[in-house]
Design a protein around this ligand. Sequence first.
Ligand code: KG4
Ligand code: ZN
Length: 367
Amino acid sequence: MPHTEPTCPDLPTPVMAIESSCDDTACAIVTTGGRILAETTLSQSGHVPFGGVVPEIAARAHLGALPALVRDTLRAAGMQPHELGAVAASCGPGLIGGLIVGADMGKGMAIALDRPFIAVNHIEAHALTARLPGVASNGAPFPYLLLLVSGGHCQCIAVEGVGHYRRLGGTIDDAAGEAFDKVAKMLGLGWPGGPAVERLAREGDPHAVPLPRPLMGRAGCDFSFSGLKTAVAQKLPTEVRAALPRQQAADIAASFQQAVSDIVIDRLGHALDMMDQRPTTLVVAGGVAANGVLRARLREFATAHGLPFAAPPLRLCTDNAVMVAWAAIETMRARVALGLSIPDDIAMRPRPRWPLSDMAQRMTADA
Ligand code: KG4
Ligand code: ZN
């Protein structure tokens, strides 16, 4: 789609952002009009032998990778540090070691360059990605319904404005991606497990293995995947796991994927009813949004409800720094529109937990 860059004369541009809340080290430079000047993401491989993210390994890997990544990103944009207008970093929620590494790097740069530092809520960044120019065909005007499904998160959120988010429901145990990863482990597939389960599922029958759909049909839009995961484990007595015939494993993978999709669609139906106003768009974000079967079901759901469907490209669905820069830009723009200052969060400590409900305060108080 053609790119038109709106001008924002009052905002410092471009914004360099850092993402280090989990196992991806990322840096990006984005103009206030939403033009991506450079983006780099490094997925850490040190967790593979452990079958999951190890916080201490993640923090050390961010520490090792970030300085060179920041320099490479500046070079890729053809820029000198003094040409940056502001610096942003994910400051929570997430793994505290990695958050400290990224936030301190960003703060150090902001101090040295005498530029504002903007602390970004990682979930807010996922939530606002759909508004990056070119992502949603309608620009995702507020309010919209966001389904965030990743390894760490599984939530339905009413995105009502910058800083204004209503969590309609979320998982009461495992996140969707976590369930994919655990089932992959049970089937002897690698980590991360989602893509491997999806690949194997292509050879299987999604109706072959009866599996429960926890919370399906219940009021609200909370999710639960732990019972589903246990049910899969019960289909796999330990002694046969290693020697499971491929067709049987594929049937289990396909049936599991079908159950997850059924649950998500049911919960979204409830989430839609819980919106105060009709949403303009259905938006999906997070690594699990890469799943082709789930994506097709979401698109069908949106069409059935007369809603445009927006799924950011995969590199912007999974953890990345472009979304962090864009959230900082949206925050600055919304604050300036309200007559408030550009935020400077140099004194803010990274927060392992940082509920979205805290973000509204940013739109009322002058920091
Ligand atoms: O958003 P993400 O990259 O990282 C965070 O968790 O924040 O999401 C990673 C998760 C992993 O659990 C991975 O197994 C899952 O997304 N995933 C998938 C697929 N690709 C990645 N799950 C199902 N199907 C896929 N194709
Ligand atoms: Zn994330």
